[in-house]
Each structure stands twice: as C-alpha cells, then as structure tokens.
Design a protein. Structure first.
Length: 117
C-alpha cells in the first residue's frame, strides 16, 4: 500500500522539490500552503501516514496547526517531521510531541531516511 504524506509548506520551490523527490520514491503526496489549509485537509480527506510541516506559515503557523491537531483525537497520532531554518524551535517541537526536526536547508537523503522510519 502506498504511504501518503501531507506537505504543509508555503515556499512553492521547496514544496515542489519535496513533492518530486517523495513521489519519485513511491509516496502519494498532498500539499497545503498554510496550517489552516493543512488542518482542513486532515478533516476533509483521507488521513496521511505522515506530515511534513513548516513552522513559519501564513494564515495559521505550524505551531498553531499542531496545537489544533492535538485537540482532535483521531488526528493526534499522525507523525510529524518539522522543517525549519530556525534551529531554536527544536525544544519547542519536543514539547509539542514532535519527534523529528530537519533544519533547513537539509539534504534530501536525510529527509528520505527519516520518512522511511
């Protein structure tokens, strides 16, 4: 069965690159450009197996997205990989029960290794 990944990223170039690499690796990809769109996606579509989440997003940032996601029982346990250029947010991610953090820019091989886990 093909694994589904939701990419929540507002930078079109990054989202396109992630989509290409992950699609080429056999994953089914959905995208959202902000936290509200990502949350709407989770509520209204088939659930992904994994979320790749940028933190600094328009409309609803990644932190607010995660707080709202955690309040909905059937959405709480979807694994998240946070992607951010700000390494200072790593501790905050741990407090929000986010296990994986990738500091932008990152190597696509590192991303694939974490996704495959």
């Amino acid at each position: 069965m093909t694994k589904k990944i939701l990419i929540i990223e507002d930078n079109e170039d990054i989202a396109t690159a992630l989509n290409q690499v992950l699609s080429d690796s056999g994953y089914q990809i959905e995208t959202a450009t902000n936290g509200k769109e990502g949350l709407d996606h989770l509520i209204n579509r088939e659930l992904p197996d994994l979320i790749l989440l940028d933190l600094f997003l328009p409309i609803m940032n990644g932190f607010e997205f995660r707080l709202r996601q955690m309040k909905i029982p059937y959405l709480q346990n979807i694994p998240i990989i946070v992607m951010s250029a700000d390494a200072c947010v790593r501790n905050r991610c741990k407090q929000m029960h986010i296990e994986h953090f990738l500091k932008k820019p990152f190597e696509l091989g590192d991303l694939l290794e974490i996704v495959e886990q």
